[in-house]
Write a protein that binds this ligand. Sequence first.
Ligand code: PA5
Length: 425
Amino acid sequence: MVKVELSGAAGFFTAAGPDYALAALAHKTLSERSGLGADFTGWFELPQRIKDTELPAILEAAKTIRSRSKALVVIGIGGSYLGARGAIELLKPIPGENDPRVFFVGNGLSPDALCDTLRLLGDKDFDVNVISKSGTTLEPAVSFRIFRGLLEKKYGDKADEHIFATTDARRGVLKSLADAHGWPCFVVPDDVGGRFSVLSAVGLLPMAVAGIDVQKVIDAAIAEFKALDLRSPENPAWQYAAARQHLYNKGYGVEILGCYEPSFRFMAEWWKQLYGESEGKDHKGIFPASVEFTADLHSMGQYIQQGPRMLMESIVRFDKCRDTLPFPESEDNADGLNYIAGRDLSEICEVAADAVKQAHIDGGVPNIVIRVPRRDEEGFAALVCFFEIACAISGYMSGVNPFDQPGVEAYKKNMFRMLGKPGAV
Ligand code: PA5
């Protein structure tokens, strides 16, 4: 399990402190499936379900792709892509010699970005994993048509063998296309919303192709969800959810998630969707933002230290780095850095993190630390399970339905009307 440290936030709490009774009630509502959006709470059983059903087929598909292709093009947007990208950048930021490159497309409508990916793909052998629960989202559908065309040009009547679809079990355009063409299909379960789907085939197939041990991820996630069922203020998910709700009620309306590992960048994007889409409704909700430390201390650091006092920060810290890098001694010490010589860079980074924490607290920014043992499969699973449970609890604590996203339809309606889609109003 991750550990949550609230010592840097405690000074900002009122005497009553975070409302653990409300967190307990929210957790009960979630586990009894008696709250708003209860039909979309299948995600906390997902790891065990996947292990009992689709996991062998996911591993088999990944094996096929890895054995014949130099690239996998993953087509999806929002919850149909951010988790896989977060995992791959966190755990496999540099592909191994035998790992296919994973390209993410369909997450925007920029022709430049798409053409750049096409150029990078070049004439590499590739497979496509198209992911869309609804099967109708415009951005991935546009990319899919383009990449299908490319597959047909490259592989002729074998093109269909290079397509893997992850979509609804029964409904939608993508499901109908997959059935008509015989593409292998994986399921986005009915009771799991996109942003909670990373531990289904949505996340697992791209991760497995990238060379991540998804069996380890799933086994760890099963254990994590069990551990996070703890009904006590010792539960890190309660601590995080209750602390951020408490601070929000005191006027801290923006939460910045930070990490000292640049490879965490897309995990932060995944987190932003998870919390933003789950909590930002009914004209309330904490605005989720993210920073990468120490880089952003030299850009956003000024604002964090001295801007309007509405920020809280949550910092993900990995206890152990993957590598060691002792800082070398220099004979002439011309750069004046010998005072840190002989120390490992990880130790220097830890000191920097402690220094930043203290400065931000002194500047009026409540600080929550989320400690993860290592940047590995278990650490990834621990983060996903923790953030998902805490998000649901936090959403219920604030009185919203954490599992719907009615607001995202507004732009689509306008766009379809302006593009002249038949029937659009
Ligand atoms: O969390 C969500 O539900 C959304 O982010 C969706 O995942 C996103 O809009 C993509 O939808 P779909 O998978 O239907 O293409």
